[in-house]
Design a protein around this ligand. Sequence first.
Ligand code: MN
Length: 301
Amino acid sequence: MNALTDKIREVTRLVTAHRQREGAGFMVRRPLPSQGFDGADPFLLLDEMGPMDYGPGEAVGAPDHPHRGFETVTYMIDGEFEHEDSAGHRGTLKPGDVQWMTAGAGIVHSEMPSARIREQGGRVHGFQIWVNLPARDKMMRPRYQELAADSIPSASSEDGLARVKVIAGEALGIAAAIDTHTPIVLQDWTLAPGADVTVHLPADQRGYVYVFQGSALLGDAATEAAEGQLAVLGEGGAARLRTDTAAPATARLLLLGGVPLNEPVARYGPFVMNTEEELMQAFHDFRAGKLGEITRSATLG
Ligand code: MN
């Protein structure tokens, strides 16, 4: 029996997301990084895109831009995103789909609401999470892992009040289909009123909970985290996720975990390296066209 392995993690800090514009001007709710909170190693950024209800011609995204040195994870809740990149890869993310993109040595891509939503309007809601890569993997070949909604492993608690989609890590005996470079937990939990579930979150990982609908009670102390709040979990081996029996609505949250890399971070815009020299090299390589460019056929405009 290891005391830390069984210890329930309590909330040590609550960070309320701020709103800001990203890309060509779409609104995100961003708890990480926030003023006074940028230390969530190995996570670099957590953006909740929307939910936004666009009218015809209003939707904007992130046109061609580069990345190097980390991974971008896009998880759609509602709406559709189209992506294409300098390696000739393109596709559409629909509700519940995940794209886990390892930018590695570098890629230029665009991420846009689908043509249908740009033209006709509609709702866009989703997440983008940046996961840092260890120094040894920063210059690896870019790699994609894409999972359609129905191929993401999911499970329910015995009482049926808690449901989980396991994007990374393990929960309720279900393992993720995504392969990560360092151990990562990323799970979408839906908690009906009165849900009470304890999930293993390895003691060597840092743990976080981001509530994006309703409100959750965390740990044995039942610390409340409301919609738009990121809870930093303290040490332990498990996260306890609960909702009040009288909660007016179902709660939804992301459970995140990761082993800290404990490496120096040199970060600017779309590049995340270990040293200033590597950061300068990334800009130089991008300007020299070494990260490639997106080739579009006439029919794609
Ligand atoms: Mn991007």
